[in-house]
Design a protein around this ligand. Sequence first.
Ligand code: GLP
Length: 240
Amino acid sequence: MEMKLFDTISELDHYAAQLFAATLNHKPHATLGLATGSTPIGIYEKMIEMYRKGKVSFKEATTFNLDEYVGLPENHEQGYAHYMRQHLFAHIDLPSEQAHLPNGNAENLHEECEQYDRMLTEQPVDVQLLGLGHNGHIGFNEPDGSLQGGTHIVELKEETRVANARFFDSLDEVPKQAITMGVGSILKANTILLVVKGADKAEIVKQALTGPITTECPASLLQTHANVIVLLDKEAGRLL
Ligand code: GLP
């Protein structure tokens, strides 16, 4: 596991965006695994900046997002499809048919999960971007006695709904379920880029990276992957 600590968030975002750009410049048809939440926003901004300066193109790339809420109206502002359009897709040259997110409104959610896994098998992820939940979740893989490998439907933990309620008008509006890539699918990525920012995540960063490998902290399973790059701002890394 390679770890990098940054003095400023801007430097961290720049480094991560550069890494994606380098991947695409080396392999224009690369598959990128993308994430949502507040953590990647700055990285996407830098990627857009690089695209505008002609330093990277997404024309031949394919992207897969980690997760999506179940049951939010299609254009809901807090849906991850909307988030991706707003923060990245609307500003770059990625053809929309090459951008994939699980469909949280599919008629048959189980079939949707299977279909997503089939696509991931056909186009394995080269670089997977990951944020970290306060309880150690990655994607929406919540701490539990056991975890599922493939894409599946999850019941969101109350603490995750409370954490994400800041983006909604009220806690009641936060969906109770989501579709997420499983930890098994995430670990199939060639390279994993785990990005964590902020003092409030310092404790879970320490647990995930140096504590026991346990399904009660899904991010700890990243310790089993051969090619994980961890990017931390100095607050998130202060307990290491
Ligand atoms: C959300 C997302 C995760 C994200 C995490 C942290 O629930 N499903 O993919 O990494 O929570 O979010 P944030 O970056 O806003 O702290």
